[in-house]
Design a protein around this ligand. Structure first.
Ligand code: C2E
Ligand code: MG
Ligand code: MG
Ligand code: MG
Length: 277
């Protein structure tokens, strides 16, 4: 805090910073209003294997704002997390995702697909989190073995001991884990082998630089080698071109998620067929 002006006048923030703060407070209020008005919904981005079979979908939150239109998480996640209200949104996402899983379980072509849900840093360590998720799974009738929770490397290092303990309880219920944005953190093989994981997701920042960039390819190869040696699935995200798909396939990555296949869409628009050859 800065003491500006004279005569005992205390100005803690510059006018410009004051604007930023007011804007954040307004957004925070608007998020709370939006949650109460049920404006948050879930889109699903399909995931495919190298035979072009639909194998899963990632749940991605959207805010259907009455004035600003459809908003992606980048427009609100930062403020929601800082204000401690992201867990309210995550609760909506989990519930909608599990409800959708129960619907898909009744549809032959969708019945075996996994649904991946992003977990925010605060959630994993929240008191009662495991019980809350298991309750939603049970009440919706979703198949827990088709539910995948996406964590990031950075949220696991906060309290590795507690993270593992919680993950084990989820695993006992059949729920699986993926590490999102893999390659952007600091995971060592030794650290990874202590975690009850099922899948690594290669971050799109590396995929985007294919096929030209050799250092991205080197990182991707290392991630695939790590996944293989630990017996984990590996999926690439952010594929936009066939050349990227071909290069990933040539290096042993057989699961894909990206605009090349499908954009995130409302559940009833998720396609099971894709044309990529
Ligand atoms: P993420 O979990 O890594 O999700 C992938 C993001 O990449 C999504 O952005 C998706 O729309 C985008 N994407 C997928 N394929 C492509 C592609 O080919 N090209 C490009 N340019 N982008 C692609 P989105 O939906 O804006 O989500 C951004 C991030 O917000 C997510 O990254 C995730 O970290 C977070 N997020 C999304 N939904 C939730 C949620 O329900 N809860 C929490 N806690 N976080 C969420
Ligand atoms: Mg994700
Ligand atoms: Mg990601
Ligand atoms: Mg992410």
């Amino acid at each position: 805090a800065a003491k500006a002006g004279g005569k005992g006048e205390r100005r803690f923030f510059s006018p410009r910073m004051q604007d930023v703060i007011s804007e954040r407070l307004l957004l925070e209020e608007d998020i709370n209003r939006g949650v109460a008005a049920q404006e948050f919904c879930v889109y699903f981005q399909a995931q495919f294997n190298s035979n072009n079979d639909l194998i899963g979908a990632e749940a991605l939150v959207r805010w259907q704002h009455p004035i600003r239109g459809l908003l992606a998480p980048g427009a609100f996640i930062g403020v929601a997390e800082a204000a401690g209200i992201m867990s309210k949104i995550d609760r909506v996402v989990l519930l909608r995702s599990c409800e959708q899983m129960a619907i898909w379980a009744q549809t032959p072509i969708f019945k075996d697909i996994t649904v991946s849900v992003n977990i925010s840093p605060a959630q994993l360590y929240q008191q009662g989190f495991v019980e809350e998720v298991l309750k939603v799974v049970q009440e919706t009738g979703a198949n827990p073995t088709l539910l995948k929770l996406e964590l990031t490397e950075s949220m696991l290092v906060t309290d590795m001991h507690q993270a593992i303990e919680r993950m084990r309880r989820f695993k006992e219920a059949g729920i699986r884990f993926a590490i999102d944005d893999f390659g952007t953190g600091y995971s060592s093989l030794q650290y990874l082998q202590q975690l009850p994981l099922d899948q690594l997701k290669i971050d799109q920042s590396f995929v985007r630089r294919l096929p030209e960039d050799n250092s991205s390819l080197a990182i991707i190869r290392a991630v695939i080698a790590m996944a293989t040696s630990l017996g984990l699935e590996v999926i690439a995200e952010g594929l936009e071109t066939k050349a990227q798909r071909d290069m990933l396939l040539a290096n042993g990555c057989r699961l894909y998620q990206g605009y090349l296949y499908a954009k995130p869409q409302p559940a009833d628009q998720v396609k099971t067929l894709c044309e990529i050859k």
